[in-house]
Write a protein that binds this ligand. Sequence first.
Ligand code: AMP
Length: 508
Amino acid sequence: MRQDMFSRFQARAAQVPHAPFLILPDGKVITYGAAYARSGQIAGLFRAKGVTPGDRIAVQVEKSATALLTYLATMRIGAVYLPLNTGYTAGELRFFLGDAEPALFIHRPEDEAAMSALCAELGVPARLTLDSQGGGELAMLADGQGENTPVHDVQSEDLAAILYTSGTTGRSKGAMLSQGNLASNAATLRDYWRYTEQDRLLHALPIFHTHGLFVATNITLAAGAAIILLPKFDVKELVRLMPQASVLMGVPTFYSRLLAEPGFTRELASHMRLFVSGSAPLSAEVHKEFSARSGHAILERYGMTETNMNTSNPYDGDRVPGSVGFPLPGVELRITNPETGEELPQGEVGGIEVRGPNVFKGYWRLPEKTAEELRPDGFFITGDMGVVDARGYVSIVGRAKDLIICGGFNVYPAEVEALIDAIPGVAESAVIGVPHPDMGEGVVAVVQARSPDLDEAAVIAALSGELARFKQPRRVVFVPELPRNTMGKIQKKQLRETYGDLFVAASA
Ligand code: AMP
């Protein structure tokens, strides 16, 4: 039997064509049968534009039902899907399009002038526009195509997608994901999270990232379930549509925003089956507050562009605040000494490495980078630091690049952040290391406060009996809002730049 996402979709469309696939905010329903037929028309257009199997189709458009169908149509013809963050500028696109050499680029109509010039310069052979309502050249020209575009026969090893890493710590790299990577992870998550065709997923994530595109969409396809497709995150819309849903997948900010929304009540959430969080650390405080408010323990999972999902808290059993749970079935996880690569005993903090059918095929046209991060035995060096407890629960203590070395001692930001987040009056914190004349790096806590009364002395005092001296922040600075990317990840690199001379300037 074929093991790829498109054949799951095709089978469902054949068995139950009238089953809902996409439900739009206005209540309009696109059935599996209708979506399958439309994927045939869009795929026909792609072929007419000269796309052949293995070619890349780059896409930078707003989220819409048609945008999601471009993903399915790409898979239908065995091409490689390359979604791009809608926030990327023309300068950034020059790099992505030059690097990936797509056969076709789909972009927003308002970018027409800039993109036609860029594509001419780079030799991208074909372009199509798609607007936020699903209109534009793509939709118009697809109308003229037949619905029966043949489905390309793909193999598990064939490339399905290239997703550029967010590049928060360096240049973006194109992670090559195979058909087998996507299909195996979707089937594992479906079973682990007890997903069925009855499920209705409230989908408010972007579809250019692994979370919204693969976890959310592929699990739906794997289960034959339906998506309630929101164009973007809007807390009022989540509350309005929650009665129709059974599952929400979000980044941690979805949950803190829901907690700040009076309309989000225990009653509203009472029929929900599952709340999933990932892509950034969910603070233990938000986890606990959410349980108290809604009666639901958020299920936190951990993954990344290169690997899909690696670990998850259990469906049954303790969903431990501050932990990302167990390695998923079929995924091996080990903690190693980052310098030597040797495996460390249980309970020690080290680099997280993973191996399994979920792990990508390497970085696009970067064999040396691939070799640096994929070990010869197949383990991928995630770049995250973590620890496994006696019960097997994994906790992430931060990115290796965010580790602070203060006076020769390691400070793991997550440990300090968890204590700061528990101080009354703190909304959230980010702990960073910046150059310090005596200590090498000095610990700085950047705090988003909930209460105007909170000050630096109060935070330092609250930590003094809780943490060894070397881990305690030397400075606490307050910000109205922590800087985040579109996936809700706090931008620590930016914070390090902003506060880089805090100690140097103080000592000068
Ligand atoms: P991305 O490739 O953009 O999905 O980012 C992946 C990175 O996000 C991981 O390597 C982690 O550093 C972080 N991440 C994802 N999920 C979690 C989580 N549940 N807790 C903490 N960090 C996470």
